[in-house]
Ligand binder design. Structure first.
Ligand code: CMC
Length: 429
Protein backbone atom coordinates (compact mmCIF):
# COMPACT_ATOMS: atom_id res chain seq x y z
CA UNK A 1 0.00 0.00 0.00
CA UNK A 2 1.45 3.39 -0.95
CA UNK A 3 1.89 5.97 1.77
CA UNK A 4 -1.01 8.34 2.38
CA UNK A 5 0.23 11.93 2.08
CA UNK A 6 -2.81 13.93 2.92
CA UNK A 7 -6.06 13.33 4.79
CA UNK A 8 -9.07 15.60 4.96
CA UNK A 9 -12.36 15.29 6.76
CA UNK A 10 -15.47 17.07 5.51
CA UNK A 11 -18.32 17.63 7.97
CA UNK A 12 -21.38 19.54 6.77
CA UNK A 13 -19.35 20.91 3.87
CA UNK A 14 -16.57 22.24 6.04
CA UNK A 15 -13.20 20.49 5.45
CA UNK A 16 -10.34 20.17 7.88
CA UNK A 17 -6.89 18.58 7.54
CA UNK A 18 -6.16 15.53 9.67
CA UNK A 19 -2.59 15.07 10.83
CA UNK A 20 -0.92 11.80 9.86
CA UNK A 21 1.34 10.22 12.48
CA UNK A 22 4.09 8.14 10.92
CA UNK A 23 5.10 4.69 12.09
CA UNK A 24 8.63 3.39 11.43
CA UNK A 25 6.93 0.28 10.01
CA UNK A 26 3.29 -0.75 9.90
CA UNK A 27 0.14 1.35 9.93
CA UNK A 28 0.46 5.14 10.07
CA UNK A 29 -2.15 6.88 12.21
CA UNK A 30 -4.79 9.46 11.41
CA UNK A 31 -4.97 11.87 14.32
CA UNK A 32 -8.45 12.80 15.49
CA UNK A 33 -7.18 14.53 18.63
CA UNK A 34 -8.92 17.82 17.68
CA UNK A 35 -12.09 16.26 16.24
CA UNK A 36 -14.40 17.03 19.15
CA UNK A 37 -13.31 20.63 19.55
CA UNK A 38 -13.50 21.39 15.81
CA UNK A 39 -16.62 19.40 14.78
CA UNK A 40 -18.52 18.43 17.95
CA UNK A 41 -18.21 14.77 16.86
CA UNK A 42 -16.57 11.82 18.54
CA UNK A 43 -15.25 8.68 16.83
CA UNK A 44 -16.98 5.31 17.23
CA UNK A 45 -14.83 2.19 17.14
CA UNK A 46 -16.18 -0.69 19.25
CA UNK A 47 -13.44 -3.05 20.39
CA UNK A 48 -10.87 -0.46 19.19
CA UNK A 49 -10.62 -2.33 15.88
CA UNK A 50 -9.01 0.74 14.22
CA UNK A 51 -7.77 2.80 17.13
CA UNK A 52 -4.14 3.35 18.11
CA UNK A 53 -4.19 4.31 21.79
CA UNK A 54 -0.53 5.35 21.94
CA UNK A 55 2.85 5.41 20.24
CA UNK A 56 5.08 2.53 21.29
CA UNK A 57 8.56 1.28 20.40
CA UNK A 58 8.38 -2.04 22.24
CA UNK A 59 6.76 -4.65 20.01
CA UNK A 60 5.87 -4.81 16.34
CA UNK A 61 3.28 -7.18 14.84
CA UNK A 62 2.38 -7.63 11.19
CA UNK A 63 -0.78 -9.70 11.39
CA UNK A 64 -1.00 -10.40 7.65
CA UNK A 65 2.51 -11.77 7.43
CA UNK A 66 2.65 -13.45 10.84
CA UNK A 67 5.53 -11.26 12.08
CA UNK A 68 6.25 -10.59 15.76
CA UNK A 69 9.33 -8.64 16.87
CA UNK A 70 10.40 -7.47 20.33
CA UNK A 71 12.40 -4.23 20.03
CA UNK A 72 13.06 -5.20 16.40
CA UNK A 73 14.24 -8.76 17.06
CA UNK A 74 12.18 -11.54 15.41
CA UNK A 75 10.45 -13.83 17.91
CA UNK A 76 11.88 -16.90 16.18
CA UNK A 77 15.47 -15.72 16.86
CA UNK A 78 14.73 -14.89 20.48
CA UNK A 79 12.91 -18.20 20.97
CA UNK A 80 15.91 -20.07 19.59
CA UNK A 81 18.77 -18.25 21.27
CA UNK A 82 17.64 -16.17 24.23
CA UNK A 83 16.44 -16.72 27.79
CA UNK A 84 13.37 -15.28 29.48
CA UNK A 85 15.21 -12.82 31.71
CA UNK A 86 17.34 -11.64 28.79
CA UNK A 87 14.13 -10.98 26.84
CA UNK A 88 12.65 -9.25 29.90
CA UNK A 89 15.71 -6.96 30.00
CA UNK A 90 15.36 -6.28 26.26
CA UNK A 91 11.67 -5.38 26.51
CA UNK A 92 12.08 -3.22 29.60
CA UNK A 93 15.36 -1.45 28.76
CA UNK A 94 15.18 -1.41 24.95
CA UNK A 95 18.42 -3.23 24.02
CA UNK A 96 19.92 -6.66 24.53
CA UNK A 97 22.07 -6.65 27.69
CA UNK A 98 25.84 -7.17 27.75
CA UNK A 99 26.99 -10.20 29.76
CA UNK A 100 27.70 -7.97 32.79
CA UNK A 101 24.32 -6.28 32.56
CA UNK A 102 22.54 -9.62 32.27
CA UNK A 103 24.43 -11.14 35.19
CA UNK A 104 23.61 -8.12 37.36
CA UNK A 105 19.94 -8.25 36.30
CA UNK A 106 19.65 -12.02 36.94
CA UNK A 107 21.30 -11.61 40.35
CA UNK A 108 19.10 -8.71 41.32
CA UNK A 109 15.93 -10.64 40.41
CA UNK A 110 17.21 -13.72 42.29
CA UNK A 111 17.93 -11.58 45.40
CA UNK A 112 14.34 -10.29 45.47
CA UNK A 113 12.61 -13.65 45.28
CA UNK A 114 12.03 -13.91 49.00
CA UNK A 115 8.45 -12.89 49.86
CA UNK A 116 7.17 -11.36 53.07
CA UNK A 117 5.56 -13.82 55.53
CA UNK A 118 2.37 -11.76 55.25
CA UNK A 119 2.10 -12.65 51.55
CA UNK A 120 2.23 -16.34 52.46
CA UNK A 121 -0.49 -15.85 55.08
CA UNK A 122 -2.51 -13.93 52.47
CA UNK A 123 -2.17 -16.81 49.95
CA UNK A 124 -3.05 -19.43 52.55
CA UNK A 125 -6.26 -17.54 53.43
CA UNK A 126 -7.84 -18.37 50.06
CA UNK A 127 -9.68 -21.67 49.60
CA UNK A 128 -7.43 -24.24 47.93
CA UNK A 129 -10.10 -24.54 45.25
CA UNK A 130 -9.86 -20.80 44.41
CA UNK A 131 -8.93 -20.05 40.82
CA UNK A 132 -5.24 -19.06 40.89
CA UNK A 133 -5.80 -16.06 38.58
CA UNK A 134 -8.08 -14.45 41.19
CA UNK A 135 -5.53 -15.07 43.93
CA UNK A 136 -2.67 -13.85 41.72
CA UNK A 137 -4.43 -10.59 40.91
CA UNK A 138 -5.05 -9.98 44.62
CA UNK A 139 -1.50 -10.93 45.57
CA UNK A 140 0.11 -8.60 43.02
CA UNK A 141 -2.03 -5.71 44.22
CA UNK A 142 -1.13 -6.62 47.82
CA UNK A 143 2.63 -6.47 47.03
CA UNK A 144 2.37 -2.68 47.12
CA UNK A 145 1.34 -2.85 50.79
CA UNK A 146 4.27 -5.06 51.78
CA UNK A 147 6.90 -3.16 49.78
CA UNK A 148 5.85 0.52 50.05
CA UNK A 149 9.42 1.64 49.30
CA UNK A 150 8.87 0.45 45.72
CA UNK A 151 5.60 2.33 45.26
CA UNK A 152 5.95 5.57 43.36
CA UNK A 153 6.79 6.96 39.96
CA UNK A 154 10.39 8.00 40.61
CA UNK A 155 13.27 6.16 38.93
CA UNK A 156 14.34 4.36 42.11
CA UNK A 157 10.84 3.09 42.88
CA UNK A 158 10.14 1.97 39.32
CA UNK A 159 13.46 0.08 39.04
CA UNK A 160 12.77 -1.63 42.35
CA UNK A 161 9.15 -2.45 41.49
CA UNK A 162 10.30 -3.87 38.13
CA UNK A 163 12.58 -6.37 39.86
CA UNK A 164 10.07 -7.07 42.63
CA UNK A 165 7.34 -7.92 40.12
CA UNK A 166 9.56 -10.25 38.10
CA UNK A 167 10.91 -11.99 41.20
CA UNK A 168 7.96 -12.12 43.52
CA UNK A 169 5.24 -13.03 41.02
CA UNK A 170 7.35 -16.04 40.01
CA UNK A 171 7.40 -17.15 43.64
CA UNK A 172 3.71 -16.38 44.17
CA UNK A 173 2.76 -18.42 41.07
CA UNK A 174 5.02 -21.27 42.18
CA UNK A 175 3.31 -21.13 45.61
CA UNK A 176 -0.09 -21.29 43.93
CA UNK A 177 1.04 -24.49 42.20
CA UNK A 178 2.40 -25.81 45.49
CA UNK A 179 -0.93 -25.19 47.19
CA UNK A 180 -2.65 -27.39 44.60
CA UNK A 181 -0.72 -30.37 45.93
CA UNK A 182 -1.05 -29.34 49.57
CA UNK A 183 2.69 -28.72 50.00
CA UNK A 184 4.21 -26.25 52.48
CA UNK A 185 5.38 -22.94 51.00
CA UNK A 186 9.17 -23.31 50.88
CA UNK A 187 11.75 -20.53 50.79
CA UNK A 188 13.46 -19.43 47.57
CA UNK A 189 17.20 -20.17 47.46
CA UNK A 190 19.41 -17.19 46.69
CA UNK A 191 21.19 -17.13 43.35
CA UNK A 192 19.14 -19.75 41.54
CA UNK A 193 18.38 -19.76 37.81
CA UNK A 194 14.97 -18.10 37.33
CA UNK A 195 13.16 -21.00 35.65
CA UNK A 196 14.87 -23.65 37.82
CA UNK A 197 13.97 -21.81 40.98
CA UNK A 198 10.40 -21.37 39.84
CA UNK A 199 10.10 -25.11 39.11
CA UNK A 200 11.83 -26.04 42.36
CA UNK A 201 9.48 -23.93 44.49
CA UNK A 202 6.49 -25.23 42.54
CA UNK A 203 7.31 -28.95 42.48
CA UNK A 204 10.01 -30.02 44.96
CA UNK A 205 9.25 -32.43 47.79
CA UNK A 206 9.53 -31.54 51.51
CA UNK A 207 13.37 -31.53 51.32
CA UNK A 208 13.15 -28.68 48.80
CA UNK A 209 15.23 -30.44 46.16
CA UNK A 210 14.23 -31.05 42.57
CA UNK A 211 16.14 -32.45 39.62
CA UNK A 212 15.07 -30.20 36.78
CA UNK A 213 14.67 -31.98 33.50
CA UNK A 214 16.59 -29.87 30.93
CA UNK A 215 13.73 -30.39 28.46
CA UNK A 216 11.28 -28.85 30.93
CA UNK A 217 13.63 -25.95 31.68
CA UNK A 218 14.11 -25.12 28.01
CA UNK A 219 10.45 -25.59 27.10
CA UNK A 220 9.24 -23.35 29.95
CA UNK A 221 11.86 -20.69 29.15
CA UNK A 222 10.68 -20.78 25.54
CA UNK A 223 7.00 -20.49 26.46
CA UNK A 224 7.73 -17.53 28.74
CA UNK A 225 9.66 -15.81 25.92
CA UNK A 226 6.78 -16.35 23.48
CA UNK A 227 4.33 -14.74 25.90
CA UNK A 228 6.56 -11.86 27.02
CA UNK A 229 4.83 -9.09 25.07
CA UNK A 230 2.16 -8.57 22.44
CA UNK A 231 1.77 -4.79 22.09
CA UNK A 232 -1.66 -3.28 22.85
CA UNK A 233 -3.59 -6.48 23.70
CA UNK A 234 -6.49 -6.41 26.17
CA UNK A 235 -4.45 -6.89 29.37
CA UNK A 236 -1.62 -4.53 28.35
CA UNK A 237 -4.14 -1.86 27.36
CA UNK A 238 -5.72 -2.39 30.79
CA UNK A 239 -2.34 -1.90 32.49
CA UNK A 240 -1.85 1.29 30.49
CA UNK A 241 -5.31 2.70 31.15
CA UNK A 242 -5.11 2.00 34.89
CA UNK A 243 -1.58 3.41 34.99
CA UNK A 244 -2.72 6.51 33.10
CA UNK A 245 -4.62 7.55 36.23
CA UNK A 246 -1.19 7.49 37.95
CA UNK A 247 -2.16 4.35 39.86
CA UNK A 248 0.96 2.47 40.94
CA UNK A 249 2.46 -0.32 38.85
CA UNK A 250 1.21 -3.09 41.17
CA UNK A 251 -2.41 -1.89 40.93
CA UNK A 252 -2.03 -1.56 37.15
CA UNK A 253 -0.53 -5.03 36.64
CA UNK A 254 -3.11 -6.53 39.00
CA UNK A 255 -5.86 -5.12 36.76
CA UNK A 256 -4.03 -6.53 33.72
CA UNK A 257 -4.11 -9.98 35.35
CA UNK A 258 -7.89 -9.65 35.66
CA UNK A 259 -8.13 -8.85 31.95
CA UNK A 260 -5.84 -11.74 31.05
CA UNK A 261 -8.03 -14.23 32.90
CA UNK A 262 -10.87 -14.00 30.36
CA UNK A 263 -11.31 -16.96 27.98
CA UNK A 264 -11.06 -14.72 24.91
CA UNK A 265 -7.59 -13.61 26.07
CA UNK A 266 -5.11 -15.55 28.24
CA UNK A 267 -7.81 -17.80 29.68
CA UNK A 268 -8.03 -19.40 26.23
CA UNK A 269 -5.16 -21.81 27.05
CA UNK A 270 -7.24 -23.30 29.86
CA UNK A 271 -10.41 -23.20 27.74
CA UNK A 272 -8.68 -24.96 24.82
CA UNK A 273 -7.59 -27.90 26.95
CA UNK A 274 -11.04 -28.16 28.53
CA UNK A 275 -12.47 -28.12 25.00
CA UNK A 276 -10.27 -31.06 23.93
CA UNK A 277 -11.40 -32.98 27.04
CA UNK A 278 -15.03 -32.11 26.39
CA UNK A 279 -14.84 -33.41 22.82
CA UNK A 280 -13.50 -36.68 24.17
CA UNK A 281 -16.08 -36.90 26.96
CA UNK A 282 -19.01 -36.16 24.69
CA UNK A 283 -17.76 -38.67 22.14
CA UNK A 284 -18.09 -36.16 19.28
CA UNK A 285 -16.07 -36.70 16.14
CA UNK A 286 -13.91 -33.72 15.19
CA UNK A 287 -16.25 -33.08 12.28
CA UNK A 288 -19.29 -32.99 14.61
CA UNK A 289 -17.52 -30.58 16.96
CA UNK A 290 -16.51 -28.28 14.08
CA UNK A 291 -20.14 -28.32 12.87
CA UNK A 292 -21.24 -27.18 16.37
CA UNK A 293 -18.73 -24.34 16.31
CA UNK A 294 -20.01 -23.19 12.92
CA UNK A 295 -23.61 -23.26 14.13
CA UNK A 296 -23.82 -19.87 15.85
CA UNK A 297 -26.91 -21.03 17.80
CA UNK A 298 -24.67 -23.43 19.74
CA UNK A 299 -22.60 -20.46 20.98
CA UNK A 300 -19.39 -22.56 20.94
CA UNK A 301 -16.07 -21.20 19.72
CA UNK A 302 -13.00 -23.10 18.71
CA UNK A 303 -10.83 -22.03 21.64
CA UNK A 304 -7.22 -21.30 20.73
CA UNK A 305 -8.30 -20.22 17.25
CA UNK A 306 -8.60 -16.74 15.75
CA UNK A 307 -6.90 -13.49 16.58
CA UNK A 308 -7.71 -9.81 16.30
CA UNK A 309 -4.41 -9.03 14.59
CA UNK A 310 -3.03 -12.25 13.05
CA UNK A 311 -4.81 -13.05 9.82
CA UNK A 312 -2.40 -15.60 8.31
CA UNK A 313 -0.84 -17.43 11.27
CA UNK A 314 0.30 -16.71 14.81
CA UNK A 315 4.12 -17.05 14.80
CA UNK A 316 4.06 -17.94 18.50
CA UNK A 317 1.67 -20.81 17.82
CA UNK A 318 3.94 -21.98 15.00
CA UNK A 319 6.95 -22.11 17.36
CA UNK A 320 4.96 -23.99 20.02
CA UNK A 321 3.70 -26.52 17.51
CA UNK A 322 7.18 -27.02 16.10
CA UNK A 323 8.61 -27.99 19.51
CA UNK A 324 5.54 -29.82 20.86
CA UNK A 325 6.29 -33.15 19.16
CA UNK A 326 9.77 -33.38 20.68
CA UNK A 327 8.79 -32.09 24.12
CA UNK A 328 5.74 -34.34 24.44
CA UNK A 329 7.76 -37.34 23.35
CA UNK A 330 10.50 -36.63 25.90
CA UNK A 331 8.13 -35.78 28.74
CA UNK A 332 5.60 -38.47 27.97
CA UNK A 333 2.81 -35.93 27.38
CA UNK A 334 -0.65 -36.62 26.10
CA UNK A 335 0.02 -37.53 22.49
CA UNK A 336 -3.58 -38.63 22.00
CA UNK A 337 -4.80 -35.10 22.72
CA UNK A 338 -1.97 -33.63 20.61
CA UNK A 339 -3.04 -35.80 17.67
CA UNK A 340 -6.63 -34.69 18.20
CA UNK A 341 -5.57 -31.02 18.28
CA UNK A 342 -3.57 -31.44 15.05
CA UNK A 343 -6.55 -33.12 13.37
CA UNK A 344 -8.86 -30.35 14.60
CA UNK A 345 -6.48 -27.76 13.16
CA UNK A 346 -6.27 -29.60 9.85
CA UNK A 347 -10.06 -29.87 9.48
CA UNK A 348 -10.66 -26.27 10.51
CA UNK A 349 -8.02 -24.92 8.14
CA UNK A 350 -9.66 -26.62 5.18
CA UNK A 351 -13.16 -25.47 6.13
CA UNK A 352 -14.63 -22.40 4.40
CA UNK A 353 -16.00 -21.01 7.69
CA UNK A 354 -12.48 -20.65 9.12
CA UNK A 355 -10.78 -19.83 5.82
CA UNK A 356 -13.17 -16.98 4.98
CA UNK A 357 -12.82 -15.49 8.45
CA UNK A 358 -9.02 -15.99 8.45
CA UNK A 359 -9.11 -17.99 11.68
CA UNK A 360 -5.84 -19.80 12.50
CA UNK A 361 -4.51 -21.48 15.63
CA UNK A 362 -3.16 -18.93 18.06
CA UNK A 363 -0.55 -19.35 20.79
CA UNK A 364 -3.09 -20.85 23.18
CA UNK A 365 -4.07 -23.78 20.97
CA UNK A 366 -1.09 -26.00 21.81
CA UNK A 367 0.46 -24.49 24.95
CA UNK A 368 -1.85 -26.32 27.37
CA UNK A 369 -0.55 -29.65 26.09
CA UNK A 370 2.99 -28.63 27.00
CA UNK A 371 2.00 -27.28 30.42
CA UNK A 372 0.15 -30.54 31.09
CA UNK A 373 3.21 -32.54 30.10
CA UNK A 374 5.19 -30.46 32.64
CA UNK A 375 2.60 -31.58 35.26
CA UNK A 376 0.85 -28.25 35.71
CA UNK A 377 -2.89 -28.64 36.40
CA UNK A 378 -5.25 -26.86 33.99
CA UNK A 379 -6.09 -23.83 36.23
CA UNK A 380 -2.35 -23.01 36.38
CA UNK A 381 -2.09 -22.46 32.61
CA UNK A 382 -3.22 -18.81 32.63
CA UNK A 383 -1.00 -17.86 35.60
CA UNK A 384 1.91 -19.21 33.52
CA UNK A 385 0.83 -16.88 30.70
CA UNK A 386 0.80 -14.05 33.29
CA UNK A 387 4.33 -14.92 34.40
CA UNK A 388 5.46 -14.69 30.78
CA UNK A 389 3.60 -11.42 30.11
CA UNK A 390 5.02 -9.65 33.18
CA UNK A 391 7.98 -8.01 31.33
CA UNK A 392 5.60 -6.68 28.66
CA UNK A 393 3.24 -5.15 31.21
CA UNK A 394 6.18 -3.57 33.04
CA UNK A 395 7.73 -2.24 29.82
CA UNK A 396 4.43 -0.68 28.70
CA UNK A 397 3.75 0.89 32.11
CA UNK A 398 7.23 2.44 32.05
CA UNK A 399 6.90 3.62 28.46
CA UNK A 400 3.50 5.19 29.19
CA UNK A 401 4.81 6.89 32.32
CA UNK A 402 7.78 8.39 30.48
CA UNK A 403 5.72 9.60 27.51
CA UNK A 404 4.95 13.32 27.97
CA UNK A 405 1.88 12.89 25.74
CA UNK A 406 0.21 10.46 28.16
CA UNK A 407 -3.18 11.64 29.37
CA UNK A 408 -5.61 9.83 31.60
CA UNK A 409 -7.43 7.21 29.50
CA UNK A 410 -11.01 8.30 29.29
CA UNK A 411 -13.09 7.28 26.25
CA UNK A 412 -16.26 9.06 25.15
CA UNK A 413 -19.59 7.40 24.42
CA UNK A 414 -22.66 7.76 22.23
CA UNK A 415 -25.41 8.24 24.78
CA UNK A 416 -28.63 6.42 23.86
CA UNK A 417 -30.59 6.64 27.12
CA UNK A 418 -33.52 8.79 28.27
CA UNK A 419 -32.96 12.49 27.63
CA UNK A 420 -34.38 13.84 30.91
CA UNK A 421 -36.99 12.61 33.38
CA UNK A 422 -38.49 13.98 36.56
CA UNK A 423 -38.08 11.93 39.73
CA UNK A 424 -41.26 9.99 40.60
CA UNK A 425 -41.93 9.50 44.34
CA UNK A 426 -42.16 5.83 45.41
CA UNK A 427 -45.91 5.87 46.14
CA UNK A 428 -46.66 7.10 42.63
CA UNK A 429 -44.77 4.34 40.73
N1 CMC B 1 -14.29 -20.01 16.71
C1 CMC B 1 -15.34 -19.81 15.89
N2 CMC B 1 -15.61 -18.65 15.29
C2 CMC B 1 -14.79 -17.62 15.52
C3 CMC B 1 -13.66 -17.76 16.36
C4 CMC B 1 -13.43 -19.00 16.96
N3 CMC B 1 -12.39 -19.18 17.78
N4 CMC B 1 -13.02 -16.57 16.41
C5 CMC B 1 -13.70 -15.74 15.64
N5 CMC B 1 -14.78 -16.36 15.09
C6 CMC B 1 -15.74 -15.80 14.15
C7 CMC B 1 -16.76 -14.90 14.83
O1 CMC B 1 -17.91 -15.63 15.23
C8 CMC B 1 -17.04 -13.90 13.74
O2 CMC B 1 -17.91 -14.51 12.80
P1 CMC B 1 -19.04 -13.63 12.04
O3 CMC B 1 -18.27 -12.65 11.21
O4 CMC B 1 -19.82 -14.62 11.27
O5 CMC B 1 -19.84 -12.97 13.12
C9 CMC B 1 -15.69 -13.71 13.05
O6 CMC B 1 -15.00 -14.96 13.26
C10 CMC B 1 -14.86 -12.57 13.61
O7 CMC B 1 -14.73 -12.79 15.01
P2 CMC B 1 -14.66 -11.64 16.07
O8 CMC B 1 -15.07 -12.17 17.39
O9 CMC B 1 -15.39 -10.42 15.56
O10 CMC B 1 -13.10 -11.33 16.04
P3 CMC B 1 -12.30 -10.53 17.14
O11 CMC B 1 -11.11 -9.97 16.48
O12 CMC B 1 -13.20 -9.57 17.84
O13 CMC B 1 -11.91 -11.65 18.22
C11 CMC B 1 -10.77 -13.40 19.31
C12 CMC B 1 -10.66 -12.25 18.30
C13 CMC B 1 -9.37 -13.91 19.64
C14 CMC B 1 -11.41 -12.88 20.60
C15 CMC B 1 -11.63 -14.53 18.70
O14 CMC B 1 -11.02 -15.02 17.52
C16 CMC B 1 -11.90 -15.66 19.68
O15 CMC B 1 -12.86 -15.58 20.45
N6 CMC B 1 -11.05 -16.74 19.67
C17 CMC B 1 -11.20 -17.82 20.65
C18 CMC B 1 -10.55 -17.42 21.96
C19 CMC B 1 -9.03 -17.43 21.86
O16 CMC B 1 -8.44 -18.38 21.40
N7 CMC B 1 -8.42 -16.36 22.38
C20 CMC B 1 -6.92 -16.27 22.44
C21 CMC B 1 -6.37 -15.15 21.61
S1 CMC B 1 -4.59 -15.26 21.37
C22 CMC B 1 -3.88 -15.16 22.96
C23 CMC B 1 -3.98 -13.79 23.54
O17 CMC B 1 -3.24 -12.90 23.11
O18 CMC B 1 -4.77 -13.60 24.45
Amino acid sequence: MSQVTDARLTVDGSASELEIERATIGNDGLSVANLLSTTGLVTVDPGFMNTASCESSITYIDGDQGILRYRGYPIEQLAKSSTFLEVAYLLIHGDLPTQDQLTAFNNRVARHMHVHEGIKTFLEAFPRSAHPMAVLSGAVSALSTFYPESVGRGEYEIELATVQLLAKTAVVIAYLQRRVTGGELIEPRPGGHYVDEFMRIAFSGPDGNLDIDPTVRRALDLLLILHADHEQNCSTSTVRIVGSSQANIYASVSAGIGALSGPLHGGANEAALRMFDQIKEQGDTIEQFVAKVKDKAEGARLMGFGHRVYKSYDPRGAVVKSVADKVLEQLGGNNETFDMAKRLEEIALSDDYFVERKLYPNVDFYTGLLYSAMKFPVPMFTPLFALGRMPGWIAHYREMMNDPRTKIGRPRQIYTGEVERTYVPMEQR
